[in-house]
Design a binder for this molecule. Structure first.
Ligand SMILES: C[S@@+](CC[C@H](N)C(=O)[O-])C[C@H]1O[C@@H](n2cnc3c(N)ncnc32)[C@H](O)[C@@H]1O
Length: 1019
């Protein structure tokens, strides 16, 4: 027998958790984590690392990463309720945590909640609260006297209001009372009224103090901080400080959180911009706040030097300083020969009433833009239409409207799939269009900061049309750039890199004739950025300041849109990666150097991080480092083409970067990048995950995050991990919305979710047969769901008002259970499943894996019968009908996220769930009620229109419209096939709708009347 050694420093038993399942394999409060993740995203500038590079899209919330790491370290013991309590306490997502997170909530507010929800009786409340009577000043010392109460009821609360305070004798136990009171407040309300746990932790080093006794006594640890706990759990599970790795590190959100928790951290990503962001997050967000402040002062100095150097190119004779320059393309009208400025909108600043007005210039044969300030609302409205629509240039000259297509002036052609046009490809040294080019470029407006205000943080601005002096300054800038270009290139300060064709990089090549990354920058931007680059490179802290270069580049290119609604309608430029493409613009904004000031900021917070760390720039398939825990977020069917987009930055930064970046390959490594979802994707993923599995111990654990897009992903992922020698052990679903006005079908919000898969190394090879496995899947799915539902109920029993697991979690658990069974087999029906994973497949091919997964979903759905319905009725309903009744149940719980509807529609295989919806906005989705269907609609909906639910809804509507009950019964009889046999079912549906919608009024009341009518029907 192996001897068990005590680790002296930690006082815990080495290896005592070696084979214990982890918490995330058994339970994980995915609903709360979803909401906390959403709150982190919504905090925008409050997100810790985003200030290092907002251009990087798809950052995984830090709180989600923490929940994964903690879930992979904590044990699942024989006391799941306690396990959960400990996890939630550590995450500060329990009610005790909310007492800390919402310090501004006053005693009288707690008392009001307690009364409203009857948490305590008025007599009990009198023990916890008192009335502050008098504040006197005795010899300079403040003395507060209190009056105790016999009972605290709403009259007392009303009388004393804010003078109700915590009873002085309650002392620290007020936390427990407060937590108990908060347990009656819905989670969303609590979140809205609280700070994020991360904020608390970084502002108060003692924020966790209260939790350790409880945590240590459950876990047998002796920690006093998160890093200590992490170390001790690591020793108990792996024999050392946990080694955590992310081989798809991107912006570094996952490894940064691992480092912050005290893990020995490894990150890798073949893309040097990802590596730079990861390095910067470790370094900048990992230094003390005082050091970070000092570094930011250095950055401000650099930025001020750039402002100084640019002064002569940006200042007018009165001393006003340009904050932004607005340029547009111009082209010659084939009808009139006039040069026409191309602007989609002439509104520049709604707040200032600034618009452009088109004025013909017959001498120079062009249309000028005059700048008008203080325009009326009607003028602003008229100015919204500029001179271009998506296809045409439209303008008026001497009362005649002229119109020509952009495609025709550009000479667009298409041969087969190859598109071409008559644009001149720019040469490497071009910095602006040449005379005679189809598209010229014109400065049409300048945003000025006044002489008195331009040095201030908040400036007074005004807009003016460019003068001859402005144009001369522009010409001077271009001349300086031309004279210095070769020298700067030699010094690696500006790009000299061809734009390689690609999914996203084709756009600038095709629509502008740009061939070199330099062309994406206006001469003013080249001049300013070259100076900034030089100053940063020469700085003694160059590597720490380097993160600022991509940030500055993002915000200073010809792809910066002028957003007239920005700054409360003042107008302002948007960054290049405002969208995840390289779309060229017809008009764009160039920031003056003082406009760059606001970009200096860095991480939102930092703390001294000391744990070991390492960054590599190898692909996951070539990682050589062993890790206990791998947490990865691979680019599954990702809309973000990171490798192409980052070439925008790489073109500037690749030559002689400061150490340690000089050891990296400054190339986007397109051939190495995993992308898409085809065969190449699967092969690379199997290779990568096979390598990661080889670099973890037998009890190692992997967590993979990926965006949930369709049911097909399950089969794909199962096969990939199978092929890589991994077995699924759990799955969770994290929901995040990306806005209700995002483009989508019928105004539906764009909903995104992330699936969290937990994986272990595949055990002993097993073989089996499809029909046997199907039975095993049925049993496992049922067991899993029943266990979770059981846990929900037992927790409700101890005063939790919200479910631990919502239906989406149950469904996910159903999938996971199926995958757990499936991926446990290496041979099925004689086929080698590892080889099967790499087999090329036809699009839409439905193999064995897909069949088993579908079967699992069916089993899961059968186990998710809404509360009051009988299993017998449920079995008889179609997918659409089950969907409808299930959603009625969820609506009764106040849920209204479209995400839920989409998930269930998918699960119940509803052909078109939107036909059943009254509202499809992301956060206020709603089913059609009987009042929405009215008398005639909805009968055409497949699987629904001819069924009993539609008939019941019809009856409810007719009753509410005052139709004679006997007539209604006759109509319903005609409507339903086998009416006599289905009558009982209809009564059950009507009762159910009544119970869910509220029996007292509206639809619910009429549903109950209908149920009684049907029940008492005489034949
Ligand atoms: C979805 S992103 C990761 C985002 C990251 N979790 C975050 O929060 O910012 C995927 C990353 O995988 C990287 N990648 C692409 N192909 C890769 C490969 N073969 N090996 C490792 N990483 C790769 C991309 O460069 C990108 O940074």
């Amino acid at each position: 027998m192996a001897t068990v050694a005590k680790n002296v420093t930690a006082g815990v038993t080495l290896g005592s958790l070696r084979d214990t399942p982890t918490l995330i394999e058994r339970l994980w409060p995915a609903q709360k984590i979803s909401r906390e993740s959403e709150a982190e995203r919504k905090s925008v500038a409050g997100q810790t690392l985003t200030g290092l590079g907002g251009y990087w899209k798809g950052r995984k919330p830090l709180i989600l990463n923490r929940a994964c790491i903690l879930g992979a370290l904590l044990p699942a013991t024989s006391d799941p309720a306690k396990d959960l309590e400990v996890f939630e306490r550590l995450m500060m997502i329990d009610d005790r945590g909310f007492v800390e997170r919402c310090k501004s909530r006053r005693a009288h507010e707690y008392a009001a909640i307690a009364l409203e929800h009857r948490v305590y009786t008025p007599v009990e409340l009198a023990k916890f609260f008192a009335v502050r009577d008098r504040v006197s000043n005795a010899g300079g010392t403040k003395v507060i006297s209190y009056r105790t109460l016999d009972r605290l009821d709403s009259d007392v609360l009303h009388e004393f209001g804010r003078d109700i305070v915590w009873h002085p004798s309650i002392q620290t136990s007020f936390h427990n009372v407060a937590a108990r009171i908060l347990s009656h407040v819905p989670y969303d309300t609590k979140i809205d009224e609280s700070v994020r746990p991360e904020y608390l932790e970084t502002t108060d080093p003692n924020a966790h103090d209260y939790m350790w006794d409880m945590v240590n006594s459950h876990l047998g640890t002796s920690a006093n901080s998160m890093p200590q706990l992490v170390e001790q759990l690591g020793i108990m599970r792996f024999g050392h400080l946990p080694q955590v790795g992310d081989s798809f590190s991107g912006s570094g959100q996952i490894p940064y959180e691992a480092l912050r928790m005290g893990c020995d951290t490894y990150a890798s990503d073949p893309n040097p911009i990802a590596a730079l962001l990861t390095w910067s997050s470790f370094t900048l967000a990992g230094m003390s706040p005082a050091d970070l402040d000092e570094l930011m002062v250095e950055l401000q100095r650099v930025e001020l030097s750039v402002e100084k150097a640019m002064e002569r190119y940006e200042t007018d004779a009165e001393g006003n300083r340009a904050k932004a320059f607005l340029y547009c393309l111009e082209t010659k009208c084939p009808d009139t020969g006039y040069m026409i400025p191309l602007v989609p909108s002439l509104v520049i600043s709604p707040k200032n009433g600034t618009i452009g007005r088109l004025v013909p210039n017959h001498v120079e044969r062009r249309i000028d833009i005059e700048i008008v300030n203080g325009a009326s609302a009607a003028e602003l409205k008229a100015a919204a239409a500029g001179t271009v629509t998506s296809e045409y240039v439209i303008y008026e000259l001497d009362g005649v409207e002229h119109r020509f297509s952009i495609a025709s002036v550009r000479g667009d052609q298409r041969q087969g799939t190859v598109r071409s046009n008559g644009l001149r490809p720019w040469s490497g040294d071009d910095i602006e269009p040449r005379d005679g080019d189809i598209f010229g470029e014109r400065l049409y407006c300048v945003q000025w900061a006044t002489e008195e205000s331009w040095t201030r943080g908040r400036q007074d601005v005004f807009y003016a049309a460019p003068t001859d002096e402005d144009r001369q300054r522009d010409a001077l800038v271009a001349q300086v750039v031309r004279e210095n270009l070769a020298k700067w290139r030699e010094a690696g300060l500006v790009p000299d890199m061809r734009i390689e064709p690609g999914l996203k990089t084709d756009d600038p090549i095709r629509t502008r004739g740009w061939t070199n990354w330099l062309h994406l920058f206006h001469p003013r931007q080249i001049l300013m950025l070259a100076q900034l680059h030089k100053l940063i490179k020469e700085h003694p802290r160059a590597n720490e300041l380097y993160f600022f270069m991509p940030r500055a580049l993002d915000n200073n290119s010809r792809l910066n849109r002028w957003a007239n609604g920005q700054g409360g309608g003042l107008g302002g430029p948007k960054g290049t990666f405002d969208n995840q493409a390289l779309n060229t613009l017809i008009n764009f904004a160039v920031r003056g150097s003082i406009g760059v000031r606001s970009l200096v900021g860095g991480p939102a917070r930092s703390s001294d991080l000391n744990a070991a760390r390492r960054i590599d720039t190898v692909p996951g398939s070539q990682v050589t480092v062993d890790r206990d825990i791998w947490i990865t977020d691979p680019p599954y069917a990702d809309a973000v083409v990171y490798h192409e987009l980052t070439e925008f930055f790489i073109s500037w930064l690749r030559r002689d970067p400061p150490a340690p970046f000089n050891e990296w390959t400054w190339d986007s490594r397109r051939p190495l990048a995993i992308q898409g979802e085809g065969e190449d994707f699967r092969r690379k993923m199997v290779e990568t995950y096979g390598n990661l599995a080889a670099h973890m111990p037998a009890n190692g654990i992997q967590i993979v995050m990926f965006t949930h897009q369709s049911g097909a992903v399950w089969a794909d992922m199962a096969q990939i991990f199978w092929g890589a020698g991994l077995q699924v052990s759990a799955a969770w679903y994290i929901a995040t919305e990306t806005g209700s006005n995002a483009p989508g079908k019928r105004g539906a919000g764009l909903v995104q979710g992330t699936v969290i898969l937990v994986l272990r190394k595949l055990g002993e090879p097993e073989s089996g047969y499809e029909d046997e496995i199907a039975q095993e899947v049925r049993a496992e799915v049922a067991r899993q769901i029943d266990t979770m539902v059981g846990l929900n109920q037992s927790l409700k029993g101890v005063g939790r008002i919200e479910n631990l697991f919502e239906d989406a979690d149950l469904q996910m658990a159903g999938y996971a259970a199926a995958l757990r069974v499936l991926t446990g087999y290496t041979r099925i029906d004689g086929r080698d499943m590892t080889a099967e994973a790499s087999r090329p497949r036809k699009k839409g091919e439905k193999g064995f894996v897909e069949r088993i997964i579908e079967f699992a979903v069916q089993v899961a759905n059968e186990h998710m019968v809404p509360g009051n319905l009988s299993g017998r009725l449920w079995q008889q309903l179609s997918g659409s009908e089950r969907f409808y009744l299930k959603m009625v149940d969820l609506e009764a719980d106040g849920l209204s996220k479209l995400d839920n509807y989409q998930n269930f529609a998918r699960a119940f295989r509803v052909p078109d769930y939107t036909a059943l919806m009254a509202d499809t906005r992301a956060n206020s989705a709603r089913l059609k009620s009987s009042m929405d269907f009215k008398r005639r609609t909805g009968f055409e909906i497949p699987d629904f229109g001819s069924g009993i639910i539609r008939a019941v809804l019809y009856g409810i509507w007719e009753l509410s419209a005052g139709t004679d009950p006997q007539l209604i019964l006759e109509q319903v009889r005609d409507m339903v096939e086998n009416y006599l046999r289905r009558r009982e079912d209809m009564i059950e549906v009507a009762e159910y709708i009544g119970a869910m919608r509220g029996r007292e009024e509206g639809e619910g009341r009429f549903a109950i009347i209908l149920a009684n009518l049907l029940r008492n029907e005489k034949f």
